[in-house]
Design a binder for this molecule. Structure first.
Ligand code: G6P
Ligand code: MN
Length: 446
């Protein structure tokens, strides 16, 4: 089994490789090809993986290449984990939005729109190459904004591309643990878009155990999302939102806190990772440097957001997110070995959520086996949930149109229609600012 990782010089690749190393079953991945546009980053990560593989007799062979076509040929699975514009791009996405007084964040609001405008043309080109060179490969998209990017790639690859995220399963595991249910045995009634979904029910057999959570204040505020949103607001909603909804429900506070922060998340990571890659390039111990950086990074995850809400430090238990790498591997295993699994994935809506059209990529629980993912029945989105996902999907469609037609007008519309951007004038200035910062947006024409 051959796995290709696009963005193979990325910081999270050792997490994926670590998960592969723990898999000794027949049908496992035996060859990993790392592809990246940056040869130095690629070399650094290859050194980390070599350290990891030491002493593991059946460790998958690793090959690092800077030719994308060479990487794709013969792949059974492709993980697409690229970051167009790098962390400097992310930092600019955040900074420019915050300077306009609107949310500057990797995937939500103006920052997410900018990231999408930059990424969709590249993801589109990648999908075309995969279709030409590895038409039977399954593509697992890690690239954010994951729902939008998966929808862009699906226009070429159909159901062969599946988007993943660790946040819904992380949420579900935390809730299950809180109510004393077995996280691996519960059925999840979760639906929405990526980073914009709600848990409506959590079933042990036929019984929904969420009411038990809502009945108890202490339980309700004992896990990450409970602390973020507060018991009172969770009761008002009657569901448990994905942590990213904090940016919507507490937007003003989040923007104020982010504007005060010394560094945005992207700027912090940019600096941290520059130090990591430099240490490895200077001949430092690759694995140790990586592991130290990872620990630091996790400790500060979403920290400003938690400060805003008074949620305090993230509890050690809450750190267990399910992990992107575990979701990706479980998905790959279910398909490659026909081992049925239930996973929350970003897939074509079809007839699942009535609030959205069939081609929309949505985030819902799926049954997965060798034939791929099949969405499972879930509670419909209604009222404000249906409104919010429809509004954000409309924004995503403007981004897709902007990318396909090179249209600056559609790009302004994408910013302006976003629920977290409050004026068309702001949208126009955002596009101007982003075009100055990102050479990758030069394709947009008035
Ligand atoms: C979660 C989300 C990802 C996101 C990441 C950001 O895992 O599901 O989509 O990219 O957090 O973490 P970072 O450490 O890069 O801020
Ligand atoms: Mn995610």
């Amino acid at each position: 089994m051959r796995l290709t990782i696009l963005g193979g010089g990325g910081f999270r690749v050792p997490l994926v490789y670590g998960a592969l190393l723990r898999d000794h079953a027949p049908g496992r991945v035996t060859e990993v090809t790392l592809y990246d546009v940056d040869a130095a980053r690629l070399a650094a990560i290859a050194r980390v993986l070599a350290d990891q593989a030491r002493g593991v007799p059946d460790a998958p062979a690793v090959r690092a290449v800077t030719d994308q076509d060479e990487a794709l040929r013969g792949a059974d699975f492709v993980f697409s984990a690229i970051r167009v514009g790098g962390l400097a791009g992310r930092a600019a996405d955040e900074r420019i939005a915050l300077a306009e007084g609107v949310l500057g964040q990797e995937t939500v609001g103006a920052g997410g729109v900018a990231y999408g405008l930059r990424t969709v043309p590249v993801a589109d080109a990648v999908a075309r190459r995969i279709k030409a060179l590895a038409p039977d490969a399954w593509v697992i998209n890690f690239t954010n904004p994951a729902g939008l990017v998966t929808e862009a790639m699906a226009r070429h690859l159909g159901e062969r591309v599946i988007g993943i995220c660790d946040s819904p399963v992380g949420l579900a595991r935390r809730v299950a643990r809180t109510v004393g249910a077995d996280p691996d045995a519960v059925r999840l009634d979760y639906a929405g878009l990526n980073h914009l979904g709600w848990l409506h029910g959590l079933y042990e057999g036929d019984k929904d155990v969420l009411p038990r959570l809502f009945a108890d204040d202490a339980l309700l505020t004992s896990f990450e999302e409970g602390r973020l949103f507060g018991a009172d607001w969770l009761r008002s909603l009657g569901s448990v939102p994905n942590e990213y909804l904090h940016y919507y429900y507490f937007n003003r506070e989040a923007v104020a806190a982010y504007r005060q922060a010394e560094l945005t998340r992207g700027a912090f990571l940019l600096d941290q990772q520059a130090r990591f890659y430099a240490t490895v390039a200077d001949g430092g111990r690759a694995w140790d440097a990586w592991d130290r950086t990872r620990a630091e990074r996790e400790a500060t995850y979403m920290s400003e957001n938690r400060e805003v809400s008074g949620a305090g430090e993230r509890a050690a238990d809450d750190l267990e997110s399910g992990g992107y790498e575990n979701v990706a591997l479980a998905l790959m295993r279910a398909i490659a070995r026909d081992e049925p699994a239930t996973l929350i994935l970003n897939v074509r809506n079809g007839a699942s959520l009535h609030a959205l059209d069939a081609e929309a990529v949505v985030e819902i629980p799926c049954h997965v086996d060798a034939s791929g993912p099949r969405p499972l029945p879930v509670t419909q989105l209604t009222g404000h949930e249906a409104g919010l996902v429809s509004a954000v999907k409309a924004v995503e469609r403007c981004v897709l149109e902007a990318a396909a037609a090179g249209s600056a007008r559609a790009a302004v519309k994408a910013f302006a229609l976003h629920p977290l951007v409050d004026s068309v004038q702001v949208a126009r200035r955002l596009l101007t600012g982003y075009r100055e910062a990102h050479p990758g947006l030069g394709y947009l024409r008035p």
